[in-house]
Design a protein around this ligand. Structure first.
Ligand SMILES: Nc1ncnc2c1ncn2[C@@H]1O[C@H](COP(=O)(O)OP(=O)(O)OP(=O)(O)O)[C@@H](O)[C@H]1O
Length: 552
C-alpha cells in the first residue's frame, strides 16, 4: 500500500469525517457542535499552521538592512567602517563591511557573527544582530559604546587615575577570561586597546571578533599560508613566526595592553620596518620599557604576560586575581587595611556596612565574634563605656558609608574600598593605632570647626560673609591623608591652607603636631583663625548622643 492509498484509507475511516459527510453540516459527536462555517475556518487555520515554517532561531538574529540608518563614523578598520546608527528606535553601532567582499572576508564576517552571537558577558560588547544575506550590505549591529580605550589613554587631557585604569584592565581581563573558559575555547587573536571599548560608566568591554578562532581545550593552532592574523605590534612572537600557538597568544597581547594602560604611551613608536620588528621581538626579546614608578606587582604581571615562552605566561584567572590585589593595594595604601580587604572582600569594590563592621571590629580586636555585640565590644575595651563605643562606630559610619543606592527601600548602606583607604590615610594606620582610630575620628568630629568631606566650593559657601578669623577644617580633596584649613582673612577673602602629613604627623608652617586638634590650638594665632564656622554635619551627631545618650 502506497502512502496515497494509505492517506485515502485513513481519511474515510476517520469517524468525525464520516459524520460530517453523512449529516451535511453538523457533526453528531457531542464534542463537535460546530457550524460548517466554523469548521471551514478551523480547517483554514490548520492549513495555515501546516504551511508556516518555523523560523530558524538557532542562527544569529537577522536584521534587515532597511531597518538600520547609519549616521556618523565611529571608527575605521580593516574590515570596513563602524558607524553610529539607529535600529528599531535604538542607538546602535553598526559595522558595515567593505563593498567588495571576497570569499575569505565573507567567511571571516560569518565567523565573527557566529562567535558574537554565542558569547554573552558584561565585559563583551553586546551583539544585537546582523545583516548576513548577500547581495545586500553585510552589517553587524552592536550596543553603542562611548569610545575605545586607546583614544582615551593617549589623550593627555583626559584624567584617568591609576585605580580607574586598573579597574578597566580587570574588566578586560574578565571578558577574555570568559572567552578562554568557554567550551570550545575562543581565542580573540586581536587584543589591543583599540578593541577595548568604554561605556559612560567607564566599564570596559571587549569587541571585534573578526579574527577570533575557536579551538578545543589543550589544542594548539597554526596560521595557514595566508600568514599570521592580528595586528603585528600586538602579536605574540610565536604568532609572528608562524609557529604553533594557543590562548597564551592573547596573554602576550594583554601584557602590552597593560603596559599601555599604565604608561599611556604609544606602543613601539621606534619601529617602522616589519622585518626589523619581528627580529627585535622574537630574537632580541625587545619589549617596551616599564617606568620605574610602576607598582612592583603590576611590573611583574606585565613581564610575565609578555614572556617569550607561552607556558610561563599566566592564565586569565591568575591575571584577574593579580589585578584585584593591585586595585586593593592602590585603593588602600595602609598595609593592614589592604590585608583586611583582601582577606574578606577581595572580589568586590564595596561591602555592606554590616559586613564591613563585623570584619573591622574583629580585625582591630574589638570583638572575637563574627557579629560584634555590645558586651563583646566592652569586654575588649574595658576603659570605654558602651555609649562611647557605640558613638565611635556611629562616627566611623558617618565618614565611611557611601550614600545609599537603589530604589524602593532596597538600598543598602555600603563601604567603598577607596573610602576605607582614605579614612585610614586621614586617621592613622591600622597596625599601630588599631581601635584607637575610632577614638581619633570621634574626637575630631567633636570639634565644631571640623567639616570633613566637603568640597572647596562648599567650604567657600559656608564661609561666605562670615567675620574675619572664621575657619573650618576639611579633608584635602587632592592630597591623600592631608587636611585643609579654609578661613576668612582680611576684607572677607577666603583662603585655603594645606595641613601636610609628613611621617603621619600634621604639619603647617614647618610646625609638626600629633593631631589636627593640637595643631589648631597651637597655630591659631599664627594662622589668624579664631571662630569655628558652624554647620558641620558631625556636630549634630555628637550633640544628639549627648542629650539622649543614644543615637539613631
Ligand atoms: N560598539 C561600538 N561602539 C562605539 N564604537 C565602536 C563600536 N565598535 C567599534 N567601534 C569603533 O570602531 C573602531 C573599529 O572597530 P572594530 O575593531 O570592530 O573594526 P575592525 O574593522 O575590525 O578594526 P581593526 O581592523 O582595526 O581591528 C573601534 O576601535 C571603535 O573606536
Amino acid at each position: 500500500m502506497n502512502n496515497q492509498t494509505n492517506y485515502y484509507f485513513n481519511y474515510h475511516n476517520y469517524p468525525q469525517q464520516q459524520y460530517f459527510q453523512q449529516n451535511k453540516g453538523y457533526i453528531k459527536d457531542p464534542r463537535y457542535y460546530y457550524s460548517q462555517q466554523q469548521l471551514q475556518q478551523q480547517q483554514q487555520q490548520q492549513q495555515m499552521a501546516n504551511n508556516y515554517t518555523q523560523p530558524d532561531i538557532s542562527g544569529p538574529p537577522e536584521i534587515s538592512e532597511f531597518e538600520i540608518q547609519t549616521e556618523s563614523i565611529l571608527g575605521d578598520g580593516s574590515f570596513g567602517t563602524v558607524y553610529k546608527g539607529r535600529c528599531r528606535q535604538k542607538d546602535v553601532a553598526v559595522k558595515v563591511m567593505l563593498k567588495q567582499v571576497d570569499e575569505k572576508t565573507l567567511k571571516d564576517f560569518r565567523k565573527e557573527v557566529a562567535i558574537m552571537s554565542k558569547i554573552f558577558h558584561p565585559n563583551i560588547v553586546l551583539f544585537l544582530g546582523a545583516c548576513t544575506s548577500l547581495p545586500g550590505k553585510l552589517m553587524i549591529c552592536t550596543e553603542l559604546m562611548k569610545g575605545n580605550l586607546e583614544t582615551l589613554l593617549l589623550d593627555p587631557n583626559i584624567k584617568l587615575p591609576l585605580i580607574t585604569r586598573m579597574k578597566m584592565a580587570k574588566d578586560a581581563a574578565l571578558g577574555v577570561l570568559w572567552l578562554h573558559s568557554s567550551n570550545p575555547v575562543f581565542i580573540h587573536r586581536d587584543l589591543k586597546t583599540s578593541n577595548l571599548l568604554v561605556d559612560s560608566n567607564l566599564t570596559l568591554k571587549v569587541c571585534d571578533f573578526g579574527l577570533s578562532q575557536i579551538k578545543q581545550r589543550g589544542e594548539n593552532l597554526k596560521d595557514g599560508q595566508d600568514g599570521a592574523k592580528g595586528t603585528p605590534l600586538w602579536m605574540a612572537p610565536e604568532v609572528l613566526q608562524g609557529k604553533l600557538f594557543n590562548e597564551k597568544a592573547d596573554v602576550y597581547s594583554f601584557g602590552l595592553v597593560l603596559w599601555q594602560i599604565y604608561t599611556r604611551q604609544e606602543l613601539f613608536p621606534e619601529f617602522d620596518n616589519f622585518y626589523k620588528f619581528v627580529a627585535a621581538i622574537c630574537e632580541k626579546v625587545v619589549r617596551p620599557p616599564i617606568p620605574d614608578d610602576c607598582p612592583r606587582a603590576l611590573k611583574q604581571l606585565i613581564m610575565k604576560c609578555w614572556d617569550p615562552s607561552p607556558e610561563v605566561r599566566p592564565g586569565f584567572s591568575e591575571i584577574v586575581s593579580t589585578l584585584e590585589g593591585i586595585i586593593i593595594d592602590l585603593s588602600i595604601p595602609d598595609e593592614y587595611g589592604a590585608i583586611m580587604w583582601k582577606n574578606h572582600f577581595k572580589h568586590v569594590d564595596e561591602a555592606t556596612w554590616k559586613d564591613f563592621l563585623n570584619v573591622f571590629a574583629n580585625f582591630v580586636g574589638l570583638t572575637n565574634a563574627s557579629t560584634p555585640s555590645m558586651s563583646d565590644l566592652l569586654q575588649f575595651s574595658p576603659n570605654l563605656n558602651g555609649s562611647t563605643i557605640e558613638l565611635n562606630f556611629k562616627c566611623l559610619k558617618a565618614i565611611i558609608v557611601s550614600p545609599p543606592k537603589g530604589v524602593g527601600g532596597q538600598e543598602e548602606e555600603v563601604v567603598n574600598m577607596e573610602q576605607f583607604g582614605k579614612v585610614l590615610a586621614w586617621f592613622g594606620n591600622l597596625k599601630d593605632d588599631g581601635s584607637q582610630i575610632l577614638d581619633k575620628i570621634r574626637q575630631l568630629m567633636e570639634c565644631a570647626w571640623f567639616h570633613g568631606d566637603i568640597s572647596t566650593s562648599e567650604s567657600e559657601n559656608r564661609l561666605h560673609k562670615k567675620p574675619e578669623g572664621t575657619f573650618l577644617v576639611r579633608f584635602s580633596t587632592s592630597e591623600p591623608g592631608a587636611y585643609t584649613i579654609s578661613k576668612v582673612s582680611k576684607n572677607g577673602v577666603i583662603s585655603h591652607q594645606r595641613i601636610h602629613r609628613p611621617g603621619g604627623k600634621f604639619q603647617v608652617n614647618n610646625s609638626k603636631y600629633l593631631s589636627v586638634k593640637d595643631l589648631i590650638s597651637g597655630e591659631a594665632q599664627a594662622l589668624g583663625i579664631a571662630t569655628p564656622c558652624l554647620g558641620s554635619r558631625f556636630l549634630s551627631l555628637i550633640y544628639k548622643s549627648q542629650i539622649s545618650g543614644y543615637i539613631n
